[in-house]
Design a protein around this ligand. Structure first.
Ligand SMILES: NC(=[NH2+])NCCC[C@H](N)C(=O)O
Length: 437
């Protein structure tokens, strides 16, 4: 079986190379393929039912290319059929592989590798425990250190601490948000701007802003940890930051799936539901998206089911399906769509939230902004908020903001000068000013 599989892979490789040479020799490659980032930014899959992902990187338009297209389709069909056959035969011939089918394509490929290499399960489990322990120790010790520093400087009532969650695999489209946290940090401290915020807070002061680093998501996933446990680890990390008075977490995503474990942690730690202000082009409230309950498009369904929010206000919405509306109604979500923003503006720019609950949480998906302001996102959705709209909403909000996140910045889609990184960083800076006191 393995030999047959290897043979098919090799044959596919040779044939692909042949097709590549034939097609690029005759036809100019499309402009996007000349962009060095092109291969990195390829979507996981194309949504249009007529598109074939296997030929998406080579655009062939001339009419005398029909035979090449036919060949590609035939070849794709045959190899897919063979692969399907092989995986079925393998699954039925060995019980070791049988359980792996249910693991799915989505996340735990590392566990598959470890299983395939016959690593004993106790060893895997031991390794996973140790990596998670080490990861939590990192966050715990850094948080302690930062809180001590603040106390040594005379203390503060509330102080923002950045926590990076570089996780991109729950995105339904591109996974670039996994690379966002270091780019945002870089932009926060970029010499092109100042370290003071618009309303005059000084970010260089550790009583206003500190950083406890990233949850090592990749390392944890590398040892085969599944998403239930990964999300628990994110929640644990948030709680560890909150344990150190006066730290309040400002989380750098990551795709939007991270908001669920973060909000859960904040609500559990404070012992009650929160009011949530959610700025986004999408409501992210599908019961599950493409079979993934942890999808970035489902985080607010998990939050509402868990009872972590008393009120959820969604602002900037302009890509919403009927399920998004139904789910919104079911959970009593206040959805403010862009098409009515001009009449909602006054209300939204003068919000007062959080009375009678444990605090207010703000989740900013960078795609709430119009792509003219923030092109570096996975889901470009025209017709969004201006940067000043967002600042007005945040600056004028009357609330005790206990935690926040900034998610969905995708550095792989940013302009060469990193404009969206600066945009995301400025939101982070202004949020830090809002949280700290
Ligand atoms: N947080 C996000 N960027 N979510 C995007 C979700 C996209 C998804 N296609 C939807 O219909 O909503």
């Amino acid at each position: 079986m393995i030999a047959l599989n290897t043979f098919i892979q090799a044959a596919m490789g040779v044939f692909r190379l042949y097709l590549f040479i034939v097609s690029t020799a005759q036809y100019p490659r499309p402009e996007c393929a000349q962009n060095p980032n092109f291969y990195q930014t390829q979507p996981k899959k194309l949504h249009h039912p007529l598109s074939s992902s296997s030929i998406s990187s080579v655009s062939i338009t001339s009419s005398n290319t029909k035979s090449v297209q036919f060949f590609i389709r035939l070849f794709t069909f045959v190899t897919r059929a063979l692969r399907f056959l092989c995986s079925h035969l393998a699954a039925s011939s060995s019980s070791k592989f049988a359980g792996m089918k249910s693991i799915g394509r989505r996340g735990i490929h590392h566990l598959q590798k470890l299983n395939a290499a016959s690593v004993p399960s106790e060893l895997i489990e031991n390794g996973q425990n140790r990596v998670i322990e080490a990861s939590l120790t990192l966050i715990r010790e850094r948080a302690k250190l930062k809180a001590e520093l603040i106390r040594a400087m005379g203390g503060a009532e509330a102080s923002t601490s950045l926590l990076g969650v570089p996780l991109g695999h729950n995105s339904s489209f591109l996974q670039g948000p996994a690379f966002a946290p270091p780019r945002i940090r870089e932009a926060i401290w970029c010499g092109s701007t100042n370290s003071s915020t618009e309303e005059g807070k000084e970010l260089n002061d550790p009583r206003i802003l500190t950083d406890v680093g990233d949850v090592p998501i990749q390392e944890i996933r590398d040892c085969g940890v599944d998403d239930d446990r990964l999300m628990n680890t994110v929640s644990e990390s948030v709680k560890l930051v909150m344990e150190q008075d006066p730290l309040r977490p400002l989380v750098l995503g990551g795709d939007h799936s991270i908001s669920f474990p973060v909000v859960r942690a904040v609500s559990e730690k404070l012992g009650g539901p929160l009011d949530i202000l959610h700025l986004d082009a999408h409501p992210d409230i599908y019961h599950s998206f493409e079979g993934n309950k942890y999808s970035h498009a489902s985080s607010f369904a998990r939050i509402m089911e868990g009872g972590y929010a008393r009120r959820l206000l969604q602002v900037g919405i302009r890509s919403i399906t009927s399920e998004g509306r139904e789910q919104g109604k079911k959970f009593g979500v206040e959805q403010y769509e862009m098409r009515t923003f001009s009449s909602d503006r006054h209300f939204l720019e003068n919000l007062k939230l959080g009375q009678g609950v444990k605090g207010v949480y703000i989740s900013v998906d960078v795609d709430c902004l119009d792509p003219a302001f923030a092109p570096g996102v996975s889901h470009i959705e025209p017709g969004g908020l201006s940067f000043r709209d967002v600042l007005n909403i945040l600056h004028n909000l009357q609330a005790d903001v206990v935690a926040a996140d900034v998610v969905e910045f995708n550095p792989q889609r940013d302009t060469v000068d990193g404009m969206t990184a600066m945009v995301a960083a400025k939101i982070v800076r202004e949020l830090a000013a809002k949280i700290s006191k």
